[in-house]
Design a protein around this ligand. Structure first.
Ligand SMILES: [Zn+2]
Length: 365
């Protein structure tokens, strides 16, 4: 279903009002509400009227004033106008390429043999949904969009993970095919697609894992003022990759040949399925919960990652994960849901009616 487009300008010619009419003429000032029946719905088409009534009306009777929406202070600056213009140009460019068939790419991404955390990370990266300086600046959370490491360029996901000078030493130590790759003026989705198109699975796995390590290094630099050496970043990614391959090997040797690895199945019509996984950082006692929500067509409708300081006891973290899944479903207002996790202990505990008298029971009772 196409998302509702918010018009940048009203398209219906306004004929019933005077040319000098003001917005207040659409408002029932004494009742502090939009004059729906008499004016708004007659003057505008339904989409426009729906958007107009979402605008809250001040409860005070102060007079109107001009506010610049590009800054948090509401005061115009040339810099904010520059970034607004740039954002609009990129949005237009994005709309022009929206006909691109991403289905194949998403399918490929979700079958990539990496950890669920890496997969969600790559998905957020390709959607430009990482909290980069650029994205935070657009939401007026930070004062500037520049990269905190090089302080030279705007920190988009592509800059942070691929183009920044600080990442070159990392990528130069990776697989040869990655070293030789130059993807200029491409966003992360296009780079991912290009790599998926020309390189093998090993290379793509390495790409996802190294990219995530680069992002972690960037976060450590910003929040802890620690900047890891490129060798450390690459070796952490290699270790993760090695562990993953070992786990894959163990899984394939322990799974009976007649029970193929369970394929993800879409939920029945009108149901949503929540898949979740827990990632535990034992050394820092941190737990990360990744949740993916899909509808009955298998389309992803939401994802969530939540991090929490917690004693890294597997049963406890799995139970905490289960609680987060249920909370997330409630937050989304979903009532018909199927929750799918890989912790047998948690699933069995959720099925029982009686209280769980362990620390595990804090979350699943
Ligand atoms: Zn940079």
């Amino acid at each position: 279903m196409a998302s509702k487009r918010i018009p940048s300008a009203v398209h219906n010619p306004v004929t019933q009002l005077d040319a000098n009419a003001k917005v207040k003429e659409l408002i029932k000032l004494d009742e502090k509400r939009w004059d729906m029946k008499e004016l708004v719905e007659q003057l505008f088409d339904k989409d426009e009227a729906d958007i107009i009534v979402q605008i809250p009306i001040s409860s005070s009777s102060s007079s109107g004033k001009m506010i610049w929406k590009g800054t948090s202070s509401g005061i115009f600056t040339v810099r904010s106008a520059y970034y607004m213009h740039k954002e609009r140009s990129q949005a237009i460019k994005g709309q022009a390429s929206s006909s691109h068939d991403f289905k194949k790419t998403w399918k490929f991404l979700w079958h990539l043999q990496v950890t669920p955390g890496d997969r969600v990370f790559m998905w957020r990266t390709c959607l430009n949904a990482l909290p980069t300086q650029s994205n935070l600046f657009k939401r007026k959370i930070v004062d500037h969009p520049k990269c905190s490491i090089c302080n030279l360029e705007e920190e988009t996901a592509t800059h942070a993970l691929w183009e920044c000078e600080s990442t070159r030493d990392v990528w130069s130590q990776c697989l040869k095919s990655l070293q030789k790759s130059h993807f200029s003026k491409m966003n992360m989705l296009e780079i991912f697609e290009a790599i998926a198109g020309i390189m093998d699975t090993d290379c793509l796995q390495e790409f996802a894992m190294v990219a995530k390590q680069i992002w972690w290094r960037r976060n450590e630099f910003i929040f802890n003022q620690v900047f890891r050496h490129p060798n450390t970043v690459v070796s952490a990614a290699s270790q993760n990759l090695k562990m993953l391959k070992e786990m894959e090997g163990q899984r394939s040797s322990s799974v009976p040949t007649n029970s193929s690895i369970t394929e993800w199945q879409a939920p029945p019509m009108h149901f949503h399925k929540l898949n979740w996984d827990v990632v535990v950082d034992k050394t820092r006692a941190r737990v990360g919960i990744d949740i993916v929500v899909r509808n009955f067509e298998g389309k992803i409708i939401a994802i969530m990652r939540r991090n929490q300081c917690m004693f890294p006891l597997p049963s406890l973290t799995e139970a905490y994960g289960a609680l987060q899944v249920v909370s997330f479903a409630l937050e989304l207002g979903l009532t018909k849901v199927i929750i799918e996790g890989d912790s047998l202990q948690t699933v069995q505990a959720l099925k029982k009616d009686e209280d769980q008298l362990t620390c595990f029971g804090m979350f699943v009772s």
